[in-house]
Design a protein around this ligand. Structure first.
Ligand code: PLP
Length: 396
């Protein structure tokens, strides 16, 4: 029998197998399958020589913890970069990554469809440190070259936009950035590394709000930053210098989420497509913004670059008064009204991109609603939406 006390994990495994194995080392923990939750700040050294020589594996809770390190190691394999650091939220992953690659006097190109709080980092924080941001059209592709200035040091992508669902031409933008030695960063929360691996496309820094599909249960906030060999040192240093740390309980829950991520995402994908196709055929619906639907304007790019679609998409209703749209949302029994997504439960929110966009105008043609399709039976979700449309009609 093989020696099971050693790590005898073969290479070249499928992603599903990696998700099960990555970051675990049971025989370092008396055989227990999962890395235990280790709480602690102080780490003792046996002698002064050990203390001063940093001979131990850990020196201080903020700088390394077995539970946190296990998740970082797992995500490093899944993302395929040089290393991963964890932050207390998805938003702090964005801010730490930007602070790691930019300095006073630099210029940043930020996609106009970015998660709205990401824009606040640029407009409210980076401006105070002398970093200027220009927003660009998510559909700009290689045309981004025209926006590059002598001091442009970073291009930030988010694809698809998490409300409007444009897919960016990542290879074209990465090529333009590479020609000027510009660092590329991507918020990849929607696809996760299971459906799109930014590093495989030459993106330097891959960011996830682990709060969403990694956690998967709406019970934690966590952010992940994966960096390639070119950028990991800067990301790691800035992360440490800013004192970023995550609770071992949150790292444990995120690692638990990782094990089931492939099966959850497969179900989110199938159910979301089922609901999206049903919505397309409804007279109350003007259009459905889901990149995996052939009629979506970005479908060809999605098909070229992505391995799948997750459970979040938007629907544009035929013009209707706010009162009627509110009646639709209020009548839903299975869709909760709340922010965030990626958990097991379905959600709905109304939104309007024009409240924050600056580089592009958004003309959806009717009221916009974003749906997160959870793990419920899609037939039940469709029945819920059907009664919502009855409420909408009654309120007009
Ligand atoms: C939710 C979200 C974030 C922020 O994650 P938090 O954990 O809520 O801070 C960042 N980017 C995208 C695309 C998100 O959906």
């Amino acid at each position: 029998m093989a020696n099971k006390t050693k790590s005898t994990v073969p290479g070249n495994l499928a992603m599903e197998t990696e998700l099960v194995l990555a970051g675990r080392d049971p025989f370092r923990h008396d055989g227990f399958v999962n890395t235990p939750i280790v709480r602690g700040s102080t780490v003792l050294s046996p002698t002064v020589a050990d203390l001063e020589g940093h001979t131990g594996r850990y020196t201080y809770g903020r700088r390394g913890n077995p539970t946190v390190e296990s998740l970082e190691a797992a995500l490093t394999r899944i993302e395929g970069g040089a290393g991963v650091v964890l932050t207390p939220s998805g938003l702090s992953a964005v801010s730490v990554a930007l602070l790691a690659v930019l300095k006073a006097g630099d210029h940043l190109l930020m996609v106009d469809s970015a998660y709205q709080p990401t824009r606040r980092i640029c407009d409210e924080v980076l401006t105070r440190y002398g970093i200027e941001t220009t927003y660009y059209d998510p559909l700009i592709g290689g045309g981004i070259a025209d926006l590059i200035r002598a001091n442009t040091r970073a291009i930030f992508l988010e694809s698809p936009g998490s409300q409007s669902f444009e897919i960016q031409d990542v290879p074209a933008i990465v090529a333009a950035a590479a020609a000027h030695d510009i660092t590329t960063l991507m918020d990849n929360t929607w696809a996760t590394p299971l459906f799109f691996r930014p590093h495989d496309f030459g993106v330097d820094v891959s960011i996830q709000a682990g709060t969403k599909y990694l956690g998967g249960h709406s019970d934690l906030n966590i952010g992940t930053i994966s960096a390639n060999a070119r950028t990991f040192r800067r990301v790691h240093l800035t992360h440490g210098d800013l004192g970023m740390t995550v609770a071992p309980e949150d790292a444990f829950l995120a690692a638990r989420g990782l094990r089931t991520m492939a099966v959850r995402l497969e179900r989110h994908q199938q159910s979301a497509l089922t609901v999206a196709r049903w919505l397309v055929a409804r007279p109350e619906v003007l259009k459905v913004l889901h990149p995996a639907l052939p009629e979506h304007p970005s479908h060809a790019l999605w098909k070229r670059d992505f391995k799948g679609a997750s459970g979040l998409f938007s629907v544009i209703l035929q013009p209707a008064p706010k009162l009627a749209v509110d009646a639709f949302l209020d009548s839903l029994a299975l869709f909760g009204l709340g922010y965030s997504w990626g958990g097991f439960e379905s959600l709905a929110i109304p939104f309007d991109c024009n409240s924050y966009r600056t580089a592009t105008r958004w003309n959806p043609g009717g009221p916009a609603i974003r749906l997160q399709i959870g793990l419920e039976d899609p037939a039940d979700l469709i029945a819920d939406l059907d009664s919502g449309f009855a409420a909408l009609a009654a309120a007009r």
